[in-house]
Design a protein around this ligand. Structure first.
Ligand SMILES: Cc1cc2nc3c(=O)[nH]c(=O)nc-3n(C[C@H](O)[C@H](O)[C@H](O)COP(=O)(O)OP(=O)(O)OC[C@H]3O[C@@H](n4cnc5c(N)ncnc54)[C@H](O)[C@@H]3O)c2cc1C
Length: 285
C-alpha cells in the first residue's frame, strides 16, 4: 500500500450471477475488464481507484464468441485481438478495420469490446459502425435483463442503469459488398475532434440497391442522414457530379439541422468522405 492510499479490494467472480450479485451489493464498485480505458484515463503515477473493484475477465461466459445463422454474438469481455482472429471474411472489412484501428496490438491484446462500448472516458471509435450495423446489446442486472440497440444505448437518456452490466452483443451479418471505415484527425492529441466515418453500400450490377453511413464526432453522438440514404438507394451507377444532383441537398440540410453537434469543419469532412466513397463506387464499374 502506498502512503495514504488504501489498496482497493478486488473481487474475482467466476459466473455472471455471482458478479451481478456482487455489483448489486456494492453499486459504487468499479467494473474492470481489460483496464486499458480505466488506466489511460488516470495520469497519476499511482492511479486512484475506488475501494472495490469487480474484475470481469475470469467469467468465461463473458468471453464467448458464437456464430448463429443471422448474427455474430460476442461476449462483452472478448478481447479485441481475439475478435479480429475470427477473420475479415466473417467480420467484413469495415468492422475488421474499426477494431484493428483501436490502440496498438498490445492494447488490443488486453482491451475488451465491452470496455470499449461502456467506456465513459473518451471517444469510442467503434460506436458509429456498430450502430450502423444495428448491433444489439444485452444489459443485465440482478433479476432482470434487457436488449437495447447501440444507437439508443449512447443517447443521453439511455445507457447503463444502476447495477447493469453489458454482457454480450449481437451483430447481424450483412451483405454490403462495399464498405469503408475511416478516422480523420489525431486520436492521440485531440480525440474529441476526431471524426469516425463508416459507409456501407450494396451494388448489384450497376444498381446501388442500398447505401448507409454514420459519422461520430467526439462525444457528440452519431450523425445519420436517412432521407438522403433512402433517396440514393435504387439509383443507377455511375453517379457523377452528385453534388449538383437535387438529392445532395438532403445531405446538406441534414448536416445543417444538426449544426449544434456537427461543426461546419466536420460537415465538410463528412461530405468529402461521402464523395470519396461514391467515387470509389463509380470507379469500380
Ligand atoms: C494507447 C491507447 C489507444 C486507444 N485507442 C482507442 C481508439 O482508437 N478507439 C477507442 O474507442 N478506444 C481507444 N482506447 C481506449 C480503450 O483502450 C478501448 O476503448 C478499450 O476497448 C477499452 O476496453 P477495456 O477492456 O480495457 O475497458 P476497461 O478500461 O476495463 O473499462 C472501460 C470502462 O468500461 C466499463 N466496463 C468495462 N466492461 C464493462 C461491461 N461489460 N459492462 C459495463 N461496464 C463495463 C469500466 O467500468 C470502465 O468504466 C485506447 C486506449 C489506449 C491505452
Amino acid at each position: 500500500m502506498i502512503k495514504n492510499i488504501r489498496s482497493p479490494l478486488v473481487y474475482y467472480p467466476k459466473t455472471v450471477n455471482e458478479m451481478l450479485s456482487l455489483y448489486k451489493s456494492m453499486p459504487d464498485s468499479l467494473l474492470y475488464a481489460g483496464g486499458t480505458g480505466i488506466l489511460a484515463s488516470k495520469n497519476t503515477k499511482y492511479p486512484e481507484l475506488p475501494g472495490n473493484i469487480i474484475y470481469l475477465r475470469r467469467i468465461e461466459e463473458l468471453s464467448a464468441i458464437r456464430r448463429s445463422e443471422g448474427y455474430l454474438e460476442i461476449g462483452a469481455c472478448a478481447k479485441l485481438n481475439r475478435i479480429l482472429g475470427i477473420g475479415e471474411h466473417v467480420l467484413k472489412p469495415a468492422l475488421y478495420a474499426a477494431i484493428r484501428n483501436i490502440g496498438t496490438k498490445e492494447v488490443r491484446n488486453i482491451a475488451t469490446i465491452g470496455g470499449n462500448i461502456c467506456s465513459p472516458y473518451r471517444t469510442k471509435t467503434l460506436i458509429p459502425l456498430l450502430s450502423l450495423l444495428e448491433t444489439r446489446l444485452e444489459l443485465r442486472k440482478q433479476g432482470s435483463s434487457r436488449w437495447i440497440n447501440v444507437r439508443k444505448f449512447v443517447s443521453p437518456e439511455e445507457g447503463l442503469h444502476e447495477g447493469e452490466v453489458l454482457t454480450r452483443l449481437r451483430i447481424p451479418f450483412n451483405n454490403f459488398n462495399h464498405q469503408s471505415y475511416i478516422i480523420t484527425g489525431d486520436l492521440k492529441s485531440d480525440y474529441r475532434g476526431a471524426l469516425t466515418f463508416a459507409c456501407l453500400a450494396s451494388v448489384q450490377k450497376e444498381n446501388l440497391s442500398a447505401i448507409k453511413f454514420a459519422a461520430g464526432i467526439g462525444d457528440n453522438g452519431i450523425f445519420r442522414a436517412r432521407e438522403f440514404e433512402e433517396a440514393l438507394s435504387g439509383r443507377k451507377l455511375p453517379l457523377y457530379a452528385i453534388t449538383e444532383d437535387p438529392v445532395f441537398a438532403r445531405l446538406t440540410s441534414a448536416l445543417k439541422n444538426q449544426s449544434d453537434e456537427v461543426s461546419s469543419f466536420h460537415s465538410r469532412q463528412i461530405e468529402g468522405l461521402f464523395l470519396t466513397f461514391m467515387h470509389s463506387l463509380n470507379d469500380m464499374l
